[in-house]
Design a binder for this molecule. Structure first.
Ligand code: SF4
Length: 463
């Protein structure tokens, strides 16, 4: 759907407010700290929040303890997220008593739910403001209000719109996330995202390409195109994700294009061909299957069958032979029988994913699945998750074996946390390789040869 945009006058007004904040705090060396929960969308949102705060004169703080502004960017997709968040906010009570000027704000998907945001404000009178995902661009207004001693909840905005041109403080100097769609139209029966992030909107192709070009000008060589379902990019706009890949592939300076996530129902032959034809598009696809049982997929409202999914995998591997697949799986969805679960195991065995993110189903208030009868007892979910993880560990190990002796290019991303002389980087297929090297290699592309397989990664040496 062609996205409605936030009008430039409204953005200009916020810039004026940001300037007013800047004038109030200048010369005070104020800092901020953002705690981010959840997916890449939230990571990307936090970069925008950081960019906005820096525009108001705040600089990043390495620790929460020293920061003058603390923001929690929340997620409501995963289990126990709410409890964990509430505990983390509660822990700031004493700190706020000692330092009443401390500004505490909560944002993200969880705050888009009106009952939760009201609860947070009621339970924690020391929180300055909460705001939802759709009003990120109004942060200057919230900050000015907080400096003036106001307490605000901001989650309503007529419709969900796209906001172009906001600043961002990118944390990674070599690789960047680029939003291409926001929200989701799919209403999988277990998922809260369409309710908290709104209906799907795509950014204009020219805006995406312009952002990628400006990132390339700043030395970024790898980009990850982000959307809840990138495969449906451009719906109703006369362009599609394949067009976008072609155009982004043509941007000078970019060497790698990644993307996530892909909904199987929108994976077209045209898109498979675009992945094969465009040399910068990486040969890795995160293709969530969620279940291997057609009956459960139907209850999940996923709009593909087991057979349809397997056919897609076959077609994809025929078109892009070395493509690696990763996936998400939910076990213990309401009504899942032993037979359904066996179907999931057999599908996982047949596809042979490089890695899988596996979850026990947990109900989300407001979704259809939460109201379904025949919820599965926790003990059975646990057992199934264990069996699934054991199978996937075996498949990952088998898959890793095929890389022994393999030579490939990695983008050097950082140091192993436990060993200072060991670097890591990812192959085009998203496989992580660890190898000896030094700091001067960070951000460069190096050819490595795989010499050993660890449980989830590969070990190698540079050529
Ligand atoms: S595709 Fe389904 S699971 Fe993914 S965000 Fe949309 S509704 Fe949620």
């Amino acid at each position: 759907m062609q996205a409605k945009k936030i009008e430039p006058e409204r953005l200009e007004r916020q810039q004026g407010i940001a300037q007013a904040v800047f004038e109030q705090i200048q010369d005070k060396n104020k800092t901020y700290y953002i705690e981010t929960y959840g997916c890449q969308m939230n990571v990307r949102d936090s970069e925008t929040i950081a960019g906005l705060l820096q525009g108001m004169g705040y600089s990043p703080s390495a620790t929460k303890e020293k920061a003058d502004v603390i923001l929690f960017n929340t997620c409501c997709v995963r289990d126990h997220a709410e409890k964990r968040l509430l505990a983390n906010i509660g822990a700031l009570k004493e700190r706020k008593e000692e330092d009443p000027e401390l500004i505490i704000g909560i944002c993200g998907c969880m705050m888009q739910q009106a009952d939760v945001s009201r609860k947070v404000m009621r339970r924690f009178p020391f929180v300055n403001f909460v705001f939802g995902t759709n009003v990120l661009w109004r942060l200057p207004e919230l900050m000015l209000g907080a400096l003036d001693g106001e307490r605000l909840i901001l989650t309503e905005e007529e419709g969900f719109a796209v906001c172009e041109g906001l600043p961002a403080h990118r944390s990674n100097p070599f690789s960047a996330f680029v939003n291409i769609t926001f929200g989701c139209d799919n209403f999988c029966s277990y998922c809260i995202v369409p309710y908290v992030r709104g209906r799907e909107r795509s950014r204009e192709l020219s805006e995406v390409v312009a952002e990628v070009s400006s990132l390339a000008d700043r030395g970024i060589t790898e980009i990850t195109l982000l959307g809840q379902n990138v495969n449906s990019y451009g719906k109703g706009m006369g362009v599609d994700f394949a067009d976008l890949l072609h155009d982004v592939n043509a941007v000078d300076g970019i060497r790698r294009i990644r993307y996530m996530s892909s909904h199987p129902k929108d994976l077209s032959p045209r898109l498979m061909a675009a992945i094969a034809q465009n040399d910068k598009v990486c040969h890795h696809m995160h293709l969530p299957v969620q279940s291997g049982s057609t009956a459960i997929l139907e209850r999940m409202n996923r709009r593909y069958t087991r057979e349809g999914y397997l056919q897609l995998v076959e077609d994809l591997r025929r078109t892009v032979p070395d493509i690696e697949l990763t996936t998400d799986v939910i076990v213990g969805f309401p009504g899942e029988t032993d037979r359904d679960f066996e179907d999931t195991l057999s599908l996982m065995d047949e596809v042979g994913y490089a890695a899988a993110f596996t979850f026990k189903y947990s109900p989300r208030k407001g979704t259809r699945a939460a109201e379904m009868e025949d919820q599965i007892p926790e003990a059975i979910k646990k057992e199934r998750l264990k069996a699934l993880n054991e199978l996937q560990a075996k498949k990952t190990a088998e898959n890793n074996q095929k890389y022994l002796g393999h030579r490939g290019e990695v983008l050097v991303e950082g140091f192993d946390r436990r060993q200072e002389t060991i670097l890591f980087g990812k192959l085009d297929t998203f496989k992580m390789v660890y190898f000896p090297g030094d700091e001067g290699l960070l951000g460069t592309y190096q050819t490595v040869q795989v010499t050993e397989c660890a449980r989830n990664s590969l070990l190698g040496r540079m050529e």
